[in-house]
Design a protein around this ligand. Structure first.
Ligand code: BG6
Length: 527
């Protein structure tokens, strides 16, 4: 299949899955003047509109404190979505812009006029299309505003148990991370939400779950007979999950200082990937069954004893260095970062899943900023072949290497299996070859529906399968909590301990070396 055909099929797939055109609805985007809106949310909504997936009666109300007119808001959004304009975008934009409006108002405090104005706008929209009764509230705001906004919407009877649409209406929330700062705050937030809302109406977004290749993990494991029989402690030696980035703070130093790599990447994205690799087959394909199974995995992950944090968890922080030939500053020199910051920009963990399938199989997770390569991937390393007929040091070349299954999550999306094969020619020299499936070539990467598009559509369709449920989020916090507590109470005297542009701190290599293993290196795929 050519890559073009594959891309076309995927684009059609998005529309087909959604039932082609969505029913009319109104999206209220809180945090509409912010960075996330411009980088991720608005471009995704525009692309959905451009694909003709949104109903002609779809309407978006941008809500934020910044004073702007509708036209100023449209101009700002136009700039955000037209960063790399493509053919047909101008006309599509004009059509789309007519469906945008803006509401400058306070989120919280004494002046709650904004919520009254929202009610008024819903009424107007209702008269025309009924879209006003189908409401998607997108919270792209700082997390401390989640609870107040939701409370005011509930008090104003615009959402939640107080919202009783006459016909076929609904009110859902899409909430951006972070869902809490630690276990206690995550529980408090979930409890707050549960007071006025039904869990089924809450869509906690983890954009990794919207990635095509991540969703593909289910198909790979459960629609093929060749993987599942091997997918356990008998045949798998260990699993590595890596999210390596070359990016630094990109103006997000203020947020990152309060988060660090473990909160920013591990508590959510990496533990989600871990759960999907380790999940038992759900009995049915629905959001409850899938998420129940994920929670079971998260609960089976052994909590790291405080006394073992030093042994099983690694933290790092980058010093100045160079990335792709360009000098970059150290973390402590980034904007809004303390000059003696103790925040980790790199973390690696060794986890165990205490269940029958995975007993004795370590899962190594790592994530870091300002590393040599941008590479997010899952590596499943199988056990070595139990016996080979060739004499060691005989004609086998480098020796027989274990099979690998690598799921490439970004920047490319794809899957390959490393197998051993005979080198063509005389004798029995072996080489490793990759059986490769590439989901995104250059064209595919820009044309394919983004994770945000997938997830936005799911939230409009009312399918929370690929969103994090309250109990998942809390279980994930429970896993990282001992590490966060320990690190919060003990300074790391060796910070900064890796150079920007390197592979990370040496202690991360030691974490695996102690077990006689090493991190997978993509430059070393084949002989
Ligand atoms: C975000 C983190 O959730 O995920 C960022 O806050 C990180 O720090 C990003 O860069 C990585 O996502 P992706 O899809 O670019 O790999």
């Amino acid at each position: 299949m050519t890559n073009k055909t594959m891309t076309d099929q995927r684009l059609q797939g998005v529309a087909a899955n959604a039932g082609r055109v969505m029913e009319p609805c109104t999206l209220v985007l809180f945090g509409a003047s912010g960075d996330l809106t411009q980088r991720m949310v608005m471009p995704a909504i525009f692309r959905l509109a451009r694909r003709g997936v949104l109903s002609p009666e779809f309407h978006l109300i941008g809500y934020a404190r910044t004073r702007m007119t509708d036209d100023e808001f449209r101009a700002r959004m136009r700039k955000a979505v037209m960063r790399e304009p493509r053919e047909g975008d101008e006309q599509a934009w004009t059509d789309f812009a007519a469906r945008l409006s803006y509401l400058p108002a306070q989120y919280d405090g004494d002046d709650l006029q904004g919520y009254a104005e929202l009610a008024h706008r819903f009424e107007q929209l209702d008269r025309g299309t009924g879209a006003g009764a189908r409401r998607l509230f997108y919270l792209a705001t700082p997390p401390e505003l989640f609870s107040p906004i939701m409370k005011h919407l509930s008090d104003a009877k615009l959402a939640g148990q107080a919202h009783h649409p006459a016909t076929g209406g609904w009110a859902r929330f899409v909430i951006e991370k972070p869902f809490g700062h630690d276990l206690a705050s995550a529980r408090a937030l979930n409890a707050d939400i549960a007071r006025s809302f039904n869990e089924n109406d809450i869509y906690r977004i983890d954009h990794f779950l919207g990635k095509e290749i991540v969703q593909n993990l289910f198909a790979l494991r459960f629609a093929n007979v060749i993987f599942e029989p091997l997918w356990n402690r008998n045949y798998i030696d260990h699993v590595q999950i890596t999210a390596a980035e070359t990016l630094g703070m990109e103006g997000r130093g203020g947020y990152y200082e309060t988060a660090g790599a473990i909160r920013d990447m591990v508590q959510n994205h990496l533990l989600q990937l871990c759960a999907l690799v380790a999940i038992e087959p759900p009995a049915e394909w629905n959001s409850r069954a899938v998420r129940d199974e994920k929670v079971k995995v998260l609960r089976a992950i052994r909590r790291i004893h405080p006394g073992k944090v030093k042994h099983d968890a690694v933290r790092g922080q980058y010093a100045a260095g160079s990335i792709n030939g360009k000098r970059v500053p150290g973390y402590r020199k980034e904007e809004k970062v303390a000059t003696d910051s103790q925040t980790e920009t790199y973390t690696a963990l060794k986890l165990h899943i205490d269940n029958v399938r995975w007993a004795g199989v370590p899962f190594y997770l790592r994530s870091g900023k300002r590393l040599a390569k941008h590479e997010t991937e899952i590596v499943v390393e199988f056990k070595p072949a139990p016996h080979t007929p060739w004499m060691p040091g005989g004609t086998v070349g480098k020796g027989v290497r274990p099979n690998l299954l690598v799921v490439k999550v970004s920047p490319e999306e794809g899957i390959f299996i490393r197998v051993e094969a005979k080198q063509p020619g005389q004798g029995m020299q072996l080489q490793s070859i990759n059986l490769d499936y590439c989901l995104s070539d250059e064209r595919g990467a820009t044309e394919s529906p983004s994770a945000y598009e997938h997830l936005l559509l799911d939230s409009m369709r009312g399918d929370p399968t690929f969103f994090a449920r309250a109990d998942e989020v809390e279980s994930a916090w429970e896993i990282v909590e001992p590490v966060i507590k320990k690190w919060g109470s003990e300074k790391s005297p060796d910070f900064p301990n890796y150079t920007a542009g390197s592979a990370g701190p040496a202690s991360a290599d030691e974490l695996l070396a102690r077990d006689g293993r090493r991190w997978y290196d993509s430059t070393d795929q084949a002989d």
